[in-house]
Design a protein around this ligand. Sequence first.
Ligand code: AVJ
Length: 325
Amino acid sequence: MIGLEGASIGVGQRTSESARFREDVVRGLSAPRKALPPKWLYDRRGSALFELICEQPEYYPTRTELGILEGHADEIAEAVGPGALVFEPGAGSGRKTALLLAALDRPAGYVPVDISGEALLDGAESLRRQFPRLPVLPLVGDFTGPMALPLGELPARRRVAFFPGSTIGNFDPPEAVALLRRMARDAGPGGALVIGVDLAKDERTLVRAYDDARGVTAAFDLNLLTRMNRELGGDFRLSAFRHRAIFEPDYSRVEMHLESLEPQIVTVAGERFAFRAGETIHTESAYKWETRAFDALALIAGWRPERTWTDERAWFAVKLYTAAR
Ligand code: AVJ
């Protein structure tokens, strides 16, 4: 249980977050192709840098999705129906959620879930101020792992998973299916899913979105080295690495990498790891879906496609699914 000043509920997890971080780092840096799960990018500073990324001119997803949610809030609310309990795995600042909650007819409650306790509580606080009569129950925990959401405690006409931001794009398809399936189980019979999905588009636009001119995304990526130094006694020199974003057409995904600029040995988590010059740590994938391909993925996970809302360039989609019995 990770309770924060009694303001949130922890979701029983066997190992502490720091032990999980250590495990992931040792496993990820020992692999022939070094990689780390992207969730570790989001410590307090990482979450703040991500908010700043969302304001960069090159990072179109946030702006585009907000536009879709604003432009179609009434239709989305109509399709979701009255008395819905909204739960949000990986809840962020709450701006998108506020748009949805404001449009919904008498929502039964809101349950944000996030690994970053501070960011979660800030977001929950802001929503409580905006919707003083709405029950808001933040849960600190890693939604990518097994966790029991106490949703049964809040009676509702319907449970709705809200998963905006194209966070689903950070998961390889098998993991994405597993995650969507878990959301279907949590939403239960008659449940719904409102999900933001970033769509495939030209490579230049995609790569620039993950390598902005001001270097905010680079700082966000490199912050993972700072975090390993601080939390796992690492000795990464930030000047010996650089951020890179590449598009992998075979996987239709953008990849973020931290590239070692020289041959070097780094100590972290009490172990030594050798890097060749040019060797990278793969820190994140962001899949860019075709809307029909994503529907097929969702179907495998137990979700039937109902509606798709998109922008005029068809760069981003907000999609509504209902639980397929
Ligand atoms: C929060 C997962 C949507 O993949 O676009 C932004 C994270 N990483 N820039 C994304 C991110 C680099 C972002 N998501």
